[in-house]
Design a protein around this ligand. Structure first.
Ligand SMILES: NC(=O)c1ccc[n+]([C@@H]2O[C@H](COP(=O)([O-])OP(=O)(O)OC[C@H]3O[C@@H](n4cnc5c(N)ncnc54)[C@H](OP(=O)(O)O)[C@@H]3O)[C@@H](O)[C@H]2O)c1
Length: 253
């Protein structure tokens, strides 16, 4: 049995707490947070405190606070023997002050109130000793079937890649929605297409899966799309993305 303390009461803390609580191999001995109201969500199931000077002993301390508070929160754990990890894709492992440190980064976008199946979520782990890495692997495998050992540089690049596939595509969904709404069309019409594109890259590389006027270098269609756009940001995006796609497939045409 691994004893875990979670620090933070936000989105990730809630999802991790639920996942660990469903495992018989993990005991969340305490949740520590500065927000009493959020702590109440955990209080019926474990011990909670808002006093960062009263943190229980544990095998692993998971710091699930916003990125720029990780270093500060880790300083309350400098006399602890257990492994202190943060859960961020973008922060160096060295931001953690205690000697026994690591990273426990679940590569998924967590939304308040939306349940996730942790078993399919990749957990990227890093530690500054083989023994700690072994413990983090055991902990990660209690909730996920996809555990990867990666270093801080690789994790930062992975986080960058995730911004492209997740945040940027979602922004483009928003552009599509705006265009539909302006025309009195429901965004629902585009949802099967969104799903099909996401499903296709489960078996094909994105390079193989690319379709559309820019890939075919269909100048006529692109010109007519540009004439339909009345938002200069959307026009700039259309031109930039079409040019990038055209260049990527230029040799094939
Ligand atoms: N959400 C995701 O999709 C996701 C995915 C992977 C990794 N992560 C990582 O998980 C970590 C937490 O993110 P989140 O999405 O759970 O954020 P969140 O929902 O905004 O929660 C942030 C938590 O940090 C606490 N906090 C902020 N500043 C603090 C301080 N100075 N001292 C103590 N506590 C402080 C907040 O307390 P208050 O409520 O009092 O403000 C809150 O409990 C981050 O490192 C993030 O990069 C998030």
């Amino acid at each position: 049995m691994l004893n875990v303390v979670i620090l933070g009461t936000g989105n990730l803390a809630k999802h991790l707490f639920r996942a660990f609580s469903n495992s018989e191999k993990v005991h969340v001995v305490q949740v520590v947070g500065r927000n009493q109201e959020s702590l109440n969500d955990f209080a019926t199931q474990t011990i909670t405190t808002h006093d960062f000077n009263s943190i229980s002993d544990a095998d692993v301390y998971v710091i699930a606070v916003k990125d720029d508070a990780i270093a500060e929160v880790s300083s309350y754990l400098k006399n602890k023997k257990g492994i202190v990890v943060h859960a961020s894709g973008a922060v160096e492992m060295s931001a953690i002050e205690p000697e026994n440190r690591g990273v426990f980064y679940p590569l998924q976008s967590f939304t308040k109130g939306k349940k996730v199946d942790f078993s399919t979520i990749p957990i990227c782990i890093e530690a500054n000793s083989p023994q700690s890495l072994k413990t983090l692997r055991i902990l990660a495998e209690t909730i996920s079937e996809k555990v990867h050992e990666i270093d801080s540089d690789q994790r930062k690049k992975l986080h960058l890649a995730a911004v492209f596939v997740n945040n940027f595509t979602n922004y483009l969904y928003g552009v599509g929605e705006e265009i539909c709404v302006e025309e009195g069309l429901p965004f629902d019409l585009l949802k099967p297409l969104i799903l099909e594109t996401a499903e296709k890259v489960q078996t094909l590389s994105p390079k193989e899966a690319q379709t559309g006027p820019a890939r075919r270098n269909d100048e006529k269609s692109m010109e007519s799309h540009l004439n339909l756009l009345n938002n200069k940001d959307h026009t700039a995006l259309y031109k930039l993305l079409s040019e990038a796609i055209k260049q990527a497939y230029e040799k094939e045409l």
